[in-house]
Design a binder for this molecule. Sequence first.
Ligand SMILES: [Zn+2]
Length: 237
Amino acid sequence: MPTELLFREDAYLRTADARVIGASERGIELDRTIFYPLGGGQPGDTGVLVRENGERIAILDTRKGETLDSVLHIGAPSSTRPETGERVNLEIDWPRRHALMRLHTALHVMSCVVVAPVTGGNIAPEKARLDFDIDMSLLDADRIERETNALIARGVETEIEWIADDELDARPELVKTMSVQPPRGAGRVRLVRIPGIDLQPCGGTHVKNIAEIGGIRVLRIRSEGRRNRRVEIALAG
Ligand SMILES: [Zn+2]
């Protein structure tokens, strides 16, 4: 069953009301949600569903369901299952999500400092990484850190655009990340633009202004195979 994805239009929603449209051992489905489901290297949100009687159901993970735009809110195996039709209040773990948004947006910026095909990536609340198909001698931690932070300091606003699937097919240069398929669905693809810096298909959550990232530190650079030179970063503060 499709869920209205509120985070797609406003990544800053910390709470919302929703109605339960299904609940099984696989997870709880809602008519609308602010919980981002695992995808594109960004982990699923955690938080709480609050029932009308005040009971709190902890959500430990969020995953995509089998059909387009369906979202499964996953509680502990022993937790209460709400009734279909019931109204609930949603609360995401905002400090965790905000750290993920800052690191996620930082990876977009860093992907413009290291000019090479991206072969992998992952985001966690405390650190994030991109893998590049590049010679190790071309990766200099100090330079990556300095140039990424210089771009972040420009403080530009991120923008969302949608293009048709066939328009993306005609512009393959937009797809930098070979390991992650663009977030297609219903004939259109979501693009994230950081004006003057980056443009790529992405379904994740980003900060409004890249200044909100603050800055990054390169934690380490190491080889994970010939085509996977891994650059790991953390927020500077
Ligand atoms: Zn993104």
